[in-house]
Write a protein that binds this ligand. Sequence first.
Ligand code: ZN
Length: 365
Amino acid sequence: MTRNTNAGKASRAKATVPVSPRYCAAKFPPVRTFAPGVEAGRVRLIRQTADKWINGTTLRYWFFDKPARWSAPNAQKNVVRDAFRRWKALGIGLDFAEVKNRADADLRIAFDQTDGSWSYIGTDVRTKRSDPRTMNFGWDLTEDPKEGMDTAIHEIGHTLGFPHEHQNPFAGIVWNEPAVYASLAAPPNRWSKSTTFHNIIEKIVPDTVQGSDWDADSVMHYPFEAGLIDKPLKYRNGITPAGGLSARDRKWALQFYPPIKAKGTPRLLPLQSTALTLAAGQQANFLFKADASRVYEFRTFGSADTVMALYENKSGSSAAIAEDDDSGTERNAHIKTALKAGKEYVLRVRLQYAKSSGKTAVMAW
Ligand SMILES: [Zn+2]
C-alpha cells in the first residue's frame, strides 16, 4: 500500500523536509447505474456485491517475465505469493493458484518500478484493456518487509473487490484539500489532481460500503502525515494504520467470501425446482452431473436478482463456463450451454436482492 522512502534515512540524514509515503493509485470502475424506477434499496444491495467475485472461484495469477521492466526477482514474487496465502489463511471461500501460462491467468501481475502500485477492483480485472496488467507493484517489496507485505495484501484486497477505507463516507475525514493536493503532487508520488481526488478526497458511494463504521486500522487505509486531515482533530498529527489485516478486514472478507465446504454440497437434479432461501449477498452452490452430452439450461425463477455461474468441478479449473447476472432487470438469470456426459459441474447462485425471501428457485433441464 505505502512505502515511506525515507523512513529509515530521515533520522540519519538531517532531513527536515517531510517525505510523503508512496501510495497505491487504484483504478476504480464506474459506479454501476440502473434503469429509472429501480428502487433505492435494491440498488444499494446490488451495489454492495457489484465488484465481488462469485465465492468458490479460484483466482489464477501469473507474473510477467517480460518486458524486463515488468519482471522482478523471485524474492519479490514470494512476497506476493505469501500475501495471497495470508488472505486464504483467513478461511475465505476463494482460492488462489499461480499458473505458468499467461493465457490461463485471471490476474496478471507486473513490477514496473516507474508506474506506482495499483490494481483494478474485483471482477473489473476481467475488463479487456490494451494494458494487459491487472496489478502493478511500483517499489521493491523486499526493501522493507513489513511495508512490502502490506502493499501486496492491499493490492490483492483491491483485486478481491475492496475499496479504500480512508474514502469510506462514514469515516468523516475532513481533508485539508490544498495540503493533500500539494503533498501528492510532490515526489515520490507526483500524482495529478485527478489521481489524488479519486484515491483520497473522493468519498465512496455509501451503497458500496459495508456497515456504517470506519476502520482506521484497515489494510485498505493509507497512513497520512501531519497536516492533511483537518477533522477528526485527533488525526491532525497524522494517522498510521496498525499494519496487516485488521479484525474488521477479516470479518468483511469472511462475510463476502465465507468458507465453502466441499462435503455436503447438494445436487441439482434435472427438471426439479429447488427453492433458494438466501439473504442478500449469500450464495448457494450445487453439484450437477450431465448424464448426456447435450445442451443444458439453468434458470432462476421469481423476482429476485441473482448472479449465476457454472464451472467444471475439477481442481485447477476456475474459469466459469458461463455466467449470467440479471440484477437490476426484470428478467431472470439464464445459462444455456453444452455439457459433456459423465462430467460433474458446479452451479453457484448468489442472491443480490429479493423483495421477499423464499420466493426464488433454480432449475436445470
Ligand atoms: Zn489502494
